[in-house]
Design a protein around this ligand. Structure first.
Ligand SMILES: [Zn+2]
Ligand SMILES: [Zn+2]
Length: 140
């Protein structure tokens, strides 16, 4: 199975919780899931993997570089399969998350870092607002 190979590739032992959680993130690759979301999906598919295990495994997957952890809200992290770098737009009304990558913006950040004699390692860019989606407006 694909997720098992991914685990082996990064030198993690294949365990049931690890492959299940990786699988969930893969099948929901468009979404950004919290540990609770993942736990609920596990419960729905009759898996008896506790929330504490979910947190532990997510940290392991993050450290192995398979999963990206995002801090969109103060109190809850959301997780996604690690892919090409991108930034996010978040609708504060309906929670919709839009991913984007803008090369001008990326370059500008390098330029700013250079200007301050700063060696840039990473950045987090999250824009909050209201999406102009019809469904969003109608429901609020
Ligand atoms: Zn919205
Ligand atoms: Zn994302």
């Amino acid at each position: 199975m694909d997720s098992d190979n991914k685990l082996k590739d990064v030198g993690l032992k294949v365990t049931h919780p690890r492959s299940k959680i990786l699988e969930i993130l893969h099948t929901n690759s468009k979404s950004h899931l919290s540990a609770d979301d993942i736990h609920n999906l596990l419960v729905k598919s009759n898996e008896s993997i506790g929330l504490a295990t979910v947190y532990r495994v997510l940290t392991q997957l993050e450290m192995a570089g398979l999963v990206q952890k995002n801090q969109f809200q103060d109190n809850q992290s959301s997780y996604e399969i690690k892919k090409q770098h991108h930034d996010h737009l978040i609708c504060i009304k309906c929670g919709k998350i839009i991913e984007f990558l803008d090369s001008d913006l990326e370059k500008l950040q390098e330029k700013i870092s250079d200007k301050y004699d700063f060696k840039l390692q990473s950045h987090v860019m999250t824009l909050f607002g209201e999406c102009q989606n019809r469904d969003c407006k109608e429901n609020n």
